[in-house]
Design a protein around this ligand. Structure first.
Ligand SMILES: Cc1ncc(COP(=O)(O)OP(=O)(O)O)c(N)n1
Ligand code: 3NM
Ligand code: MG
Length: 220
């Protein structure tokens, strides 16, 4: 995949905002997010038809702005709504299995917290690796211990040029440091979903990302 798609990777579910999630998503798209992941889990998450309908509306919005639409965890939902890819973690369906039943041109993302997981994700054919948590986060209840910028740099040193996105507790002020530590981009939930002005915040994330060339782009 083009690593520039990871520059500003926004993730959101209906419970990550007090506002209408479709309005927050469109604000973020106007601001210039480069990739979106629908992650509908946790307290008061939608289920069944409501979840599917929100996914369909979010995909429609993403495509209006030419941004790929990824679904977290739920491969069957991703197939049903014809998403552009899926993201799975270490406790989800293994990548090698899900690749057998998904379109080959999808974007496949895998989470990693350490070097061994990241190396395995690369061997299994992930298009990108989501590395985290970098910092402490309030958003994911079962998040592991933060690995810091050093953990990210260490993972980058063993995975070569595969696209890597940093996640977990990331704010605007972290972007340059994370790029220097080897991230092609940043993945955020609350920094945009809870921002007073999601458009302006997303715009700033994009500007910061474009200021520095990414690691993988330099390796191409
Ligand atoms: C880009 C990105 N990176 C990491 C994750 C976390 O995935 P996982 O560990 O499976 O945890 P859940 O998000 O499913 O709670 C992610 N979703 N996206
Ligand atoms: C979804 C997710 N995955 C993580 C990981 O470490 O794999 S941390 C996280 C939550 C990110 O939310 P926020 O930007 O609000 O901290
Ligand atoms: Mg998961």
């Amino acid at each position: 995949m083009n690593p520039e798609l990871l520059q500003v990777y926004f993730i959101m579910g209906s419970n990550n905002t007090q506002r209408d999630p479709l309005i927050v998503l469109e604000d973020a798209l106007i601001g210039g997010i480069t990739l979106f992941q629908f992650r509908e889990k946790g307290k008061e998450a939608l289920t069944g038809k409501n979840k599917r309908n929100l996914a369909i509306e979010m995909k429609r919005l993403c495509h209006k702005y030419n941004v790929p639409f990824i679904i977290n965890d739920e491969v069957d939902l991703a197939l049903e709504v014809e998403a552009d890819g899926v993201h799975v973690g270490q406790d989800d369906e293994p990548l090698v299995d899900l690749k057998k039943r998904c379109p080959q041109d999808w974007i496949f993302g895998v989470s990693a917290t350490n070097e061994a997981e990241a190396y395995q994700a690369m061997q299994d054919g992930a298009d990108y690796i989501g590395v985290g948590p970098i910092y402490g986060t309030q958003t994911k209840e079962d998040a592991k211990q933060p690995i810091g910028e050093e953990g990210l740099a260490s993972i980058r040193s063993i995975v070569g040029g595969i696209p890597v996105v940093a996640i977990g507790g990331i704010k605007l002020s972290h972007v340059f440091r994370l790029r220097r530590a080897g991230a092609d981009g940043v993945s955020v939930i609350s920094a945009i979903s809870l921002a007073e002005k999601p458009t302006e915040t997303a715009e700033l994330f994009r500007k910061y990302a474009e200021f520095m060339p990414s690691y993988s782009k330099c390796m191409q």
